[in-house]
Design a protein around this ligand. Structure first.
Ligand code: SAM
Length: 274
């Protein structure tokens, strides 16, 4: 048995019932799956029963095992296996040339970054991903809940990011220190579709920067956080116009309200503080 490498976040899923629940959660009709971190290939083997697969593995020892294990699928072009850091690959060339659905039991050290990349990638149609429960709750929280954050807003812009079920540490070898959750997003609206709140990529990037300001000090009121960047009178005007209580904290709002405030402040951006 190969020894798991901590630096690559290797916790191999050994509970077959969890594997089967992950497969069942994948929408019907998916024909191109990207998998991050195939590990020993147990999930990969199940994915290959329903779709073509493109897998990214950073660990050369596992890569060699996978090359051998899946030689036939690779030969038939049903599996494309890549060696390398998926974060670098994503930046340099993207994960696939065609539209894809992402499935992964993610290494936890880089999970948030990967989910944010998947949300932004227009070729990604959605995902079923296992991550640590704490991060899952942030992506899936609804406005008003304590965990509601910038990640929740982004996770729910193109569809509903749902937490499907929790997975206990004993489902893995070695067991991680934390409980995990499987989350799912099926993108319904693309980021820049006709009824998108964003005119283009530049505006979407501005919205992400705006969210950072909104949640910069979660204990402070949203109005106070916004006043660190925008003219205070403009912020007050926005709250009055939208009939919002100035004592609200950012986690008490919802996506629609964030977009309204963003649009209001953008329209008055001449008054933005430097
Ligand atoms: N999919 C397997 C399973 O469910 O048992 C393994 C999951 S394990 C939590 C995470 C996997 O991601 C490991 O195989 C690890 O080597 C790989 N990995 C870690 N960091 C990576 C990165 N930056 N790019 C690609 N693969 C990575």
């Amino acid at each position: 048995m190969i020894k798991a490498k901590k630096q690559f976040g290797q916790n191999f899923l050994i509970d077959k019932s969890v594997l089967s629940k992950i497969i069942q959660a994948i929408p019907k009709g998916v024909y191109n799956i990207v998998e991050i971190g195939p590990g020993l290939g147990d999930l990969t083997a199940e994915l290959l029963k329903i779709s073509e697969v493109e897998s990214y593995e950073i660990d050369v020892d596992l890569y060699k095992i996978l090359l051998d294990k899946f030689s036939q699928d690779i030969q038939k072009n049903r599996l494309k296996l890549h060696l390398g850091d998926v974060v670098d690959t994503w930046q340099k060339s993207g994960l696939s040339k065609k539209r894809y659905f992402l499935v992964a039991n993610l290494p936890y050290y880089v999970a948030t970054r990967i989910i944010l990349d998947a949300i932004d990638d227009e070729l990604c149609e959605g995902f079923v991903i296992m991550i640590q429960k704490e991060v899952a709750d942030k992506f899936c929280a609804l406005g008003g809940e304590r965990e509601f954050s910038a990640l929740s807003v982004l996770g729910n812009l193109q569809g509903e990011c749902k937490s499907l079920f929790d997975v206990l540490p004993q489902a893995f070898n070695p067991p991680p220190k934390v409980v995990s959750s499987v989350i799912k997003l099926e993108k319904k609206d693309s980021l820049f579709c006709e009824n998108s709140p964003f005119a283009d990529k530049k505006e979407y990037v501005e919205f992400k920067d705006f969210l950072k300001i909104c949640f910069v000090s979660p204990r402070k009121t949203l109005a106070k956080n916004l006043s660190s960047k925008f003219d205070k009178s403009l912020v007050n005007e926005a709250f009055d116009k939208l009939n919002l209580d100035k004592n609200l904290r950012a986690h008490q709002l919802n996506n629609a309200l964030f977009i309204k405030i963003f649009n209001f402040l953008k329209a008055g951006n001449g008054k933005q503080r430097e």
